[in-house]
Design a protein around this ligand. Sequence first.
Ligand code: 5GP
Length: 222
Amino acid sequence: MSSLVHRTCPIVLSAPSGAGKTTIARALVRDSEDVVFSVSATTRPARDGEADGVDYDFLSETVFRAMIEADEFVEWAEVHGHLYGTSRRALQAALDEDRFLILDVDVQGAMQMRERVPDVVLVFVLPPSADALVERLAERGTEGEDTVAQRIENARAELEQASRFDYIVINENLDQAIEEVRSIVSAEGRRADRAIDLSDRIRQLQAQIDRILAEDFVSPRK
Ligand code: 5GP
């Protein structure tokens, strides 16, 4: 039997900085044709190795604020002193292509998505330990001391929101965490309420059963 046709949906990955969610999101997109990464806009300066339009759309605060005014973001938030947002256009383009859109956003953005996009699936990535979190942030070496401290403090507050998410993945082992998020995407893509052609398929099966009952089927008891 061929598979059903399903609507795709946006999948939000949130986590405290340093929990590894960006690595998970990127790996998922690299290995799955039906998953695309949502490139956010931000006013944060690009880090070494980051490319405009690939990692983020790096915008000035003036441009970002004009986009807020024009209601171009489906969600946006201030995180660690910079503005970050997901454009409505990018969200719609991915869904129009029947691809799952992975959004790497903070918990404020995740909650806005829940309010505004009923179909969204929220995944929270937990670090295996506080030490691992601090180590990853320090290793990254892209922020000054203050910013690392600020991020650790924010991480503590963000953990409060974990229970509001649909799924929790603990990133103890990266490959396993990627596999777990992949299976969430896969399961969500099989939900009955996302199957566009389910009622046609059921009607077809019922019609086939009716034919079997009427023509071929001889009950052993008769
Ligand atoms: P970073 O500066 O380390 O790339 O990201 C900092 C935080 O901003 C991360 O928690 C990341 O998930 C979040 N972030 C990135 N893009 C967006 C976005 O479009 N919207 C919101 N709300 N948060 C975002």
